[in-house]
Design a protein around this ligand. Structure first.
Ligand code: 13P
Length: 300
C-alpha cells in the first residue's frame, strides 16, 4: 500500500491537540516535540508495500453499525490474500467502529470530506474529525457527488483539506455517457485532474486517482479492457504533464465502475491499473475478497 503520511515538527507547531493519523511516520523532531508534551506517538504496524494494488470498497449509503461489525468480523476471519491493500469507505456513522474492528486487516476511508476546517458548518464532517475517527483515505469528487452539483473547484478544496490533514485523497474522475459519445471522455478527465496542479511532489505522492466512468457505475456495464487501459494511461500521462513527473508516476490510478469477481482479473491486470474502486461488490465479503484475490501479485 501506499505511503504513510509524514508528520514533521512544523506540522505540529501551534497545534494545541494534534491528531496523528494511524500509521503516520513521525520525524525524530516531531516525536521529541510530542514526547515533551506528554504524548506518546502510536507504535504502528508494518505497512504493506507501496507498490501493492489497492482494492477500495465504497459502501455508499449502505450498512448499519451491526451490519458493518458483522462484515468486519467476517473479513477478519476470512482467508485474505497478501500483496493487496484493502480499504473500506463506509457511511460516516461506521467509520470509528470499522477503523477499530478492521485494524491490521484493512484501512478505512471516508466517502467525502468537508471543504471547510472545524467551525460553524452544520452537517459537514471536517478532515480533523475523519482523522480522529481513524480514516487514512478520503474519496473526493465521486461522480454521485459531482452529479449533486460539486464543481472541480470544490473538489480541489476538499482534496487540499484531506492532504493537509494527512489523509490520502482518492480523486474520482470520469465522463458521462453523453461526454463519451461526443468524444470528450479524455478532455473531461484531463480537466478534472487539473485540481492537482501546483501540488508539491510530496503531497502529490499521497494522492490516488480513480477513473470511474459515470455510465459504468452500478450499471453492470464496463468499458472494454482496451478502453479502460487507454483512459488509465491517459490519466497517468495527463498527471505527468501537469506535475513533477517522478511524483506523478507514484500516483496509483484505480479503475471503478461495475467491478466484480468475474471481471476483476482482466481489469486489475491492465498495465496502467493500480487497483479498483468497488461499489456494489464491496458489500459482501465473498465478492470483495474475490476481487482482491484477482489482483496481480495477490497471494493466498
Ligand atoms: P459499482 O461498483 O456498484 O458500479 O460502483 C462503483 C462506484 O461508484 C465506486 O465508487
Amino acid at each position: 500500500m501506499a505511503q504513510r503520511p509524514l508528520i514533521t515538527a512544523r506540522d505540529l507547531e501551534g497545534v494545541e491537540s494534534p491528531v496523528i493519523p494511524r500509521g503516520a511516520i513521525l520525524t525524530p523532531l516531531a516525536r521529541d516535540l510530542l514526547r515533551k508534551r506528554g504524548i506518546e506517538p502510536e507504535v504502528c504496524g508494518r505497512p504493506a508495500a507501496a507498490s501493492d494494488p489497492l482494492v477500495v470498497g465504497n459502501w455508499k449509503s449502505h450498512k448499519t453499525l451491526p451490519e458493518a461489525r458483522a462484515f468486519a468480523e467476517e473479513l477478519r476471519a476470512a482467508a485474505r490474500p497478501g500483496g493487496v491493500a484493502l480499504v473500506i469507505c463506509p457511511p460516516h456513522t461506521a467509520l470509528a467502529t470499522l477503523a477499530d474492528a478492521l485494524r491490521g486487516v484493512a484501512e478505512v476511508g471516508s466517502q467525502d470530506i468537508s471543504a471547510h476546517g472545524e467551525g460553524a458548518h452544520t452537517g459537514e464532517v471536517a478532515a480533523r474529525h475523519l482523522v480522529d475517527a481513524g480514516c487514512r483515505f478520503a474519496i473526493v469528487g465521486h461522480s454521485e457527488r459531482r452529479h449533486a452539483g460539486e464543481t472541480d473547484a470544490l473538489v480541489g478544496r476538499k482534496l487540499r483539506r484531506a492532504l493537509a490533514a494527512g489523509l490520502r485523497p482518492i480523486l474520482c474522475v470520469g465522463e458521462t455517457a453523453e461526454e463519451r459519445r461526443a468524444g470528450r471522455a479524455e478532455s473531461v478527465v484531463s480537466r478534472q485532474l487539473e485540481v492537482l496542479g501546483g501540488l508539491e511532489p510530496a503531497r502529490l505522492e499521497q494522492v490516488l486517482v480513480a477513473y470511474e466512468p459515470r455510465w459504468a457505475i452500478g450499471s453492470g456495464q464496463t468499458p472494454t479492457p482496451d478502453e479502460v487501459e487507454s483512459m488509465l494511461a491517459h490519466a497517468s500521462a495527463a498527471l505527468a504533464r501537469g506535475a513533477d513527473p517522478a511524483a506523478a508516476q507514484r500516483v496509483p490510478v484505480l479503475y471503478g465502475g461495475s467491478v466484480k469477481p468475474s471481471n476483476a482479473a482482466e481489469l486489475l491486470g491492465l498495465p496502467s491499473c493500480g487497483g479498483a474502486l468497488v461499489g456494489g461488490a464491496a458489500l459482501k465479503v465473498a465478492s470483495f475478497l474475490g476481487i482482491a484475490r484477482a489482483a496481480p501479485g495477490a497471494s493466498g
